[in-house]
Design a protein around this ligand. Sequence first.
Ligand SMILES: C[S@@+](CC[C@H](N)C(=O)[O-])C[C@H]1O[C@@H](n2cnc3c(N)ncnc32)[C@H](O)[C@@H]1O
Length: 266
Amino acid sequence: MSSNSRIRCSRVEYHDQDGNGMTVLVEQVMNASYGNYVWPSSLVLSNYVWHHRKRFSDKTLLEVGAGTCLSSLALAKSQPPSHAHLIMSDLAPILPVVKGCLSLNKMDWSDHPVATSRHWVQELPWGDLDAVSAVTRDVEQLWQTKIDFILGSDTFYHPPDFEKLLMTISIVIQRHNPQCRFITAYQERSSKRSLQYLLDKWSLCCKQIPIDDMWFDDSLFFPDDDSTDQDAPADGGQIPSRLTTSYSSLSSVFLLEISAKPDQRA
Ligand SMILES: C[S@@+](CC[C@H](N)C(=O)[O-])C[C@H]1O[C@@H](n2cnc3c(N)ncnc32)[C@H](O)[C@@H]1O
């Protein structure tokens, strides 16, 4: 870790209109590699997952490019307790970040696929056919189920990786479960970027999920004018600061559902 890196623990709070609420803690390494940081997209996706937790609670989910794995944590810590099977995946050097965030939230996990654990942490480099085939095989053999949903927040970050990611998604859908959906929060960084050509190439289609203020109150993530939250270190004993971000970054996030083309979902 570079000498100017700082580890900061922050809290992300979830509330619904029925008065239910929950807190997830995340550990971020500031000024470090991009998996060690909570990206605005993950606030949108994790709120979507938490508010729609009944839809996911008995399903099998694979989070790709998980980083601080906020969306998986939001589901795993939800009440009533989720029975979801969760695989949190990323590149090997980022897996300690995933595990650190799971530990911070007192979650159990296994770092290799076993039938007895409902939470696995898994290396999964996009575009690696053997790696994704091993994951789907383990899910079928050990959990005797199929992946229902893939989650990814800010995974369309680096354009040369877009095709590797969509190839991975396409393999899960076409060789494992044609009903599987990839729900992804996409931050638009350039209007010149488009996924359509790659979606067509990998026989996928995409629809936008409206970001609804019934389930996403962006004002919860803006800094208070008089707050010192943003700079508060959270080392031992202090209440972790509330995670904040800017209006402009949240307003450039879109939520997408990518699936097989309708005639290929049988
Ligand atoms: C912009 S970060 C988003 C992290 C996290 N999902 C979030 O929203 O806070 C992109 C993530 O994708 C992962 N990633 C980048 N390239 C990848 C690849 N080729 N295969 C697998 N994961 C990759 C990074 O390690 C990182 O965790």
